[in-house]
Design a protein around this ligand. Structure first.
Ligand code: B1M
Length: 219
């Protein structure tokens, strides 16, 4: 019980320093949490993501500004980089290939990177095209690499329509039966996925892994 309280205190400190944009402190505290054997998933969810959620809310209410968000994002990465190898289980045979990216016009890649980490952790081979990815790039890479799933992320309401370009392109080329699509990101939903003909929608990285497993079986 006492141990759990200390653990929660450490995770709260990670969240607080992330909100202050202090990447050095977030790095040190994440390292400490790992050394104290706190589960990497807890460090991620209750420390880093918890802090980033507060930042998002404050940014929405105009209580903080873009440079504050950038500093918080940098702090998030200083923690995430250390967690990455721990979240990726080594030596698991590939469960299938997945091409992921953030769609054209959108620079938000933290959520997409988390999805990549979790997919790798579950044994998938992930080809990460980064951010600002064109529809043709998604499809051409999936064909070339014989990937069975394309995963698209978008965080801006203005960039979500770009996801439809990918599903259209697959259908136009008769590829939609062999290459399945999954979408995610705050402004998209299950209904939107149905509307644009995507095969799945996941609200978070863990759900994305579950969906990709099902899609691989279908493809
Ligand atoms: Co921006 N931004 N941002 N931003 N930013 C949002 C998205 C916004 C909601 C903030 C707000 O107003 N409250 C808002 C969008 C409004 C809208 O369109 N509805 C916004 C805006 C407006 C902008 C700019 C336009 C600001 C400006 O310039 N005036 C600009 C756009 C730049 C561009 O992309 N062209 C901009 C810029 C930036 C930064 C560069 C400063 C930075 C991004 C840094 C980076 O990614 N490297 C940034 C950030 C950090 C945010 C917030 C604060 C946090 C996003 C984040 O990383 N969350 C965000 C507010 C918010 O979301 N609360 C905001 C943490 C991450 C773990 O969550 O990405 O949702 P998320 O991913 C989750 C799920 O969504 C899901 O799983 C993930 C993990 O569980 N998921 C998937 C995501 N992708 C998935 C794919 C899947 C499955 C699940 O399958 C493939």
């Amino acid at each position: 019980m006492k141990g759990r309280v200390i653990e929660m205190d450490l995770l709260k400190q990670i969240s607080d320093f992330l909100q202050q944009g202090d990447d050095g402190k977030v790095f040190d505290l994440t390292k400490q949490a790992i050394e104290e054997n706190i589960a990497p998933k807890d460090i991620l969810d209750l420390g880093l993501i918890a802090g980033m959620n507060v930042i998002g809310e404050q940014f929405r209410k105009h209580e903080i500004f873009l440079p504050d968000v950038l500093l918080a994002a940098r702090a998030m990465y200083s923690g995430m980089d250390q967690l990455k190898p721990l979240l990726i289980k080594e030596g698991i045979p590939s469960a299938g290939k997945v091409v992921i990216g953030t769609v054209k016009g959108d620079l938000h890649d933290i959520g997409k990177n988390l999805v990549g980490i979790m997919l790798r952790g579950a044994g998938f081979e992930v080809i990460d095209l980064g951010k600002g990815v064109f529809a043709e790039q998604f499809v051409e890479t999936a064909v070339k690499e014989q990937a069975k799933v394309i995963g698209m992320s978008a965080l801006l309401t203005t960039t979500t329509p770009l996801m439809k370009n990918v599903t259209d392109l697959l259908r136009e080329n008769g590829l939609n039966n062999q290459i399945k699509t999954i979408i995610g990101g705050a402004p998209v939903s299950k209904e939107f996925a149905q509307e644009i003909g995507a095969d799945a929608y996941a609200y978070d990285a863990a759900k994305a892994v579950e969906c990709v497993k099902q899609l691989i079986d279908l493809a």
